[in-house]
Design a protein around this ligand. Structure first.
Ligand code: ATP
Ligand code: MG
Length: 572
């Protein structure tokens, strides 16, 4: 078992170390220097059996990033050798996601199924060379014959079939004469190899299934280990970068290419996959969440899929920055979700328009403000970027503030609104709480009566008196009503796959909170799906695709890492 190591925020590379080197780039640079390769060709080889997740983003950024950095090219190749599990919907979503991440495969779009004819003829060559045979053991028998890590395997009784018999059987396999599982084509390597992968691995199996590209042409399909290295070789890939679990397959990768004496022999290099806390990164697990309806779909904003992050409001820049920051290592580790959140905050802080929105409204009446008057007050769009300018927000007698910005009996250091206290309304005036109105029956606060000081327009008092709190607000008559969806971690433990019971048991029941009656400043009326904003003092939000006449906003991320704080508190 590879030892897990947590990456802490303070170990993360700083901004001024952009494009850092890593062991893969070192290999590439030395290969270029020594003329081992002329130009770099990489590939991203997804199996179209699900939507891409952020782990795939790491692989995409690495493969396309390296190609870009060294003026090479990166192919997009669908590893579609598994009909039944694969679907054109997944193919389309994968293309969308790679494009959205900002990468371009130019005209280098391929499918392993493009090579089915070639792969078949390579299999024939192996049989003719005495390096492959048709085995008629059952699946279970093959497994039992394979041996264990400490025990050598046993040779199949079919291992010494003649080349003629093998060719005849293999042709019949192709022609659909046999049932699924009746025979497989196996490489003839070494049943006593210390590497289990080398104990006569299967190369082809019978699968009487329609394929999304080749239809019913084939009833046999190549195995990953056969198709992958040959596809790489056919495409002239120079560096075949994959995740660590394929390290033990490298010997077979090389064996196939060497046995066929192929000139194009890509170099397989393994790196550590991305694991992220509080979520799962495995298509099979994610499919379960979708199919059992624990989430609303692949692009549910709580999903760690690229489409989920996109819908939630993440920028591709933030995800690319994240992938750059986590770096590339040879040892498995788990990255803290807080780092990804840091990356999106950092990006949106520079680019997002600031607006005012009240999520849990409490009505405020300014008793000394004229009934029919409204004012347009100037508000800054982004203090980080003056070129983003200013906008006007409406002020009037009736306002909303956040419920938790008012306390009737405040503790000592509460600098927001409470009876007799004065606060500043952002971009507007000082107001002072004069009276609290309650529901006679329930005792609940229904509205707050305040007075304002007309001399404090813009937020400063000419007499120099200070207030500590500044609240955001909206004008009740001008605000638009919206639904806001607040998201939290999908799982309530950092490592849901390492628990004693099924990972589904650790879903966070509070991973979404829906607030149906929120009030947003009028300028958001014309916002469109995908638009992102900072709701001042609250967080970053994005217009969801389910918006109609009523807008729906997804919380992308809070302003500060409240989660870490909660965790700290719980520990105490
Ligand atoms: P999953 O386990 O989620 O199904 P996979 O490896 O089966 O992933 P593929 O479609 O085969 O999915 O992956 C395409 C590429 O993405 C492969 O090169 C794979 O190594 C890489 N990849 C998959 N998951 C991760 C991850 N968590 N981190 C980095 N790279 C990954
Ligand atoms: Mg895979």
């Amino acid at each position: 078992m590879v030892k897990k190591k947590e990456i802490k925020m303070n170990e993360v590379k700083k901004d001024n170390e952009k494009n850092p080197s890593n062991f893969i780039k070192n290999i590439i640079e030395s290969d270029l220097k020594n003329d081992k390769v002329k130009s770099i060709v990489t590939r991203f080889p997804p199996e179209p059996n699900g939507y891409l997740h952020i782990g795939h983003a790491k692989s995409i950024c690495l493969n396309f990033g390296i190609a870009k950095e060294y003026h090479g090219i990166c192919h997009l190749r669908f590893d579609d050798t598994n009909p039944g599990k694969e679907d054109i919907e997944y193919v389309d979503s994968i293309k969308d996601d790679v494009k959205w991440l900002g990468f371009d495969w130019k005209d280098k779009l391929f499918y392993a199924s493009d090579y089915f004819d070639k792969l078949f003829s390579y299999a024939i060559l192996l049989i003719k060379a005495g390096k492959a045979y048709v085995c008629s053991l059952s699946q279970d028998e093959i497994r039992a014959y394979r041996g264990t890590l400490t025990e050598a395997g046993k040779e199949s009784p079919y291992r010494n079939r003649s080349i003629e018999e093998n060719l005849d059987l293999f042709m019949k396999m192709k022609d659909g004469v046999f049932k699924d599982g009746e025979h497989v084509l196996r490489a003839k390597i070494d049943m006593a190899s210390p590497n289990i992968v080398m104990r006569d691995p299967a190369l082809y199996r019978i699968r009487k299934l329609s394929h999304h590209k080749t239809g019913d042409k084939w009833t046999i399909y190549p195995m990953y280990d056969f198709a992958h290295c040959l596809s790489d070789s056919i495409e002239g890939i120079t560096h075949s970068i994959c995740t660590l679990e394929f390290e033990i397959n490298r010997e077979l990768y090389d064996w196939v290419l060497d046995s066929l004496k192929l000139e194009s022999h890509p170099q397989q290099i393994e790196f550590a996959r991305l694991n992220l806390s509080y979520t799962v990164l495995s298509k099979r697990k994610l499919i379960k969440l979708v199919e059992e309806k624990h989430v609303s779909g692949w692009d549910d904003p709580r999903m760690p899929t690229i489409s989920g992050f996109r819908r939630r409001g993440y920028t591709s820049q933030a995800i690319r920055n994240f992938c750059e920051r986590i770096g590339v290592a040879k040892r498995d580790s788990t990255v803290d979700m807080a780092l990804l959140e840091y990356c999106i905050r950092e990006d949106l802080n520079k680019t997002a328009l600031r607006v005012m929105a009240v999520l849990r409204p409490l009505k405020v009446v300014i008793t000394n403000y004229p009934e029919d008057k409204t004012e347009d007050l100037e508000a800054i769009n982004n203090p980080e970027d003056s070129s983003m300018g200013v906008r006007l927000v409406k002020f009037s007698k009736y306002l909303y503030i956040e419920q938790d910005d008012f306390l009737e009996n405040p503790p000592k250091k509460f600098f927001r609104l409470s009876p007799g206290k004065e606060v500043r309304l952002r971009y507007a005036y000082f107001i002072k709480c004069e009276n609290v109105i309650k529901d006679e029956n329930t005792g609940q606060i229904t509205e707050i009566h305040c007075t304002y000081d007309p001399e404090t327009k813009g937020g400063n008092a000419p007499d120099g008196r200070k207030v500590k709190g500044t609240l955001h607000w909206v004008s009740a008559h001008h605000a638009i009503e919206a639904e806001v969806r607040l998201y939290d971690h999908l799982f309530n433990v950092p490592d849901p796959l390492e628990q004693k019971t099924d990972f589904i048991d650790y879903l966070n029941p509070k991973s979404v909170e829906i607030l149906e009656k929120c009030y947003l400043e009028q300028s958001l009326k014309d916002s469109k799906t995908g638009d992102r904003f900072q709701f001042e003092r609250i967080g970053y939000f994005c217009v969801d695709k389910e918006s109609n006449s009523k807008k729906i906003f997804n919380r992308i991320v809070t302003l500060r890492d409240t989660w870490a704080k909660i965790q700290k508190k719980n520990k105490k």
